[in-house]
Design a protein. Structure first.
Length: 276
């Protein structure tokens, strides 16, 4: 569930936003007797089912709900929930459901995983947090009829770093050339290897434009004011914090001037440019 949207988890979280918290729910059926037999653990009192998450974009991870199996036998259904703060995530989110030991026992069979915290079973699911849903409007049009745009350009981000206080929806727009059908298809969320590569190029180029624009605007870099939740300024601050957690804009602005190639290569990795 995300800001009122409730849907079955698929390959993409279409309504994800870094300003919101993603809540995931899962129901797991566990055959406790079979688990004890296959793992060699003496008692269900020493086991629990838990959920954890990890983001490849921020390299951060976090725990979710942990449910002990104590007092259970036979087949039992367990409900788990997991909250992922948007500002800590991005890119591909890996969700793991794990069966763990909560208590160790050195007296058990030496071939059994005896230490507390040992993972006895796990299942992984990945979801893209930056799929076809966009942070700002996307408009498909024929560039040949738009003054100031190169007719053969595949896309362009329409915005100004001076519009820091303006709402995102009114101040930003990704223009996609209808004369570039593969780009239109990639932006629409159609999934195949080529479209994924094109989408990653668009994502990198948009992020590059936003990062360069933000770090070239003195008012933003100096942090002289607080910006409203849906403003361009707040979105830029969240973007930088997501890519470079804990690094001040002044430091990033200095890097952009002194070692721009390093900042660029870092951004390629963080946006998943041409990633698998």
């Amino acid at each position: 569930m995300l800001a009122g949207f409730e849907e079955r988890l698929g390959e993409r979280a279409e309504h994800w936003d870094p300003d919101l918290t993603l809540r995931l729910n899962r129901s797991v059926v566990v055959d406790v007797d079979a688990v004890l037999t296959s793992t060699g653990v003496a008692s269900a009192d020493r086991l629990a089912i838990a959920a954890v998450w990890k983001s490849d974009r921020t390299r951060l991870r976090g725990p979710g709900m942990s449910v002990p199996l104590s007092g259970r036998s036979g087949e039992t259904r367990i409900s788990l929930s997991l909250d992922v703060p948007g500002h800590l995530a991005g890119g591909s989110l890996e969700i793991r459901t794990v069966l763990i030991r909560t208590e160790g026992d050195e007296e058990e069979n030496p071939i059994v995983a005896r230490r507390a915290g040992a993972v006895l079973w796990s299942e992984r699911v990945s979801v893209a947090l930056e799929g076809s849903a966009s942070r700002f409007p996307v408009t498909v049009l024929d560039f040949s009829g738009v003054p100031g745009l190169a007719g053969d350009a595949p896309w362009a981000l329409e915005w100004s770093p001076r519009d820091l206080e303006q709402p995102i929806l009114g101040a930003m727009r990704l223009l996609v050339n209808s004369g570039a059908p593969r780009v239109v298809e990639a932006i629409s969320g159609t999934s195949d290897a080529e479209n994924a590569s094109i989408a990653s190029m668009v994502r990198f180029d948009v992020a590059r434009s936003l990062v360069h624009g933000a770090l070239s605007e003195e008012e933003f870099v100096q942090g002289v004011r607080e910006f409203e939740a849906d403003s361009v300024g707040r979105m830029l601050a969240n973007l930088l914090d997501r890519y470079w957690p804990g690094v001040a804009p002044e430091v990033l602005a200095k890097r952009l001037v002194e070692t721009p190639h390093r900042l660029e290569s870092d951004l390629q990795v963080k946006t998943g440019l041409l990633g698998e």
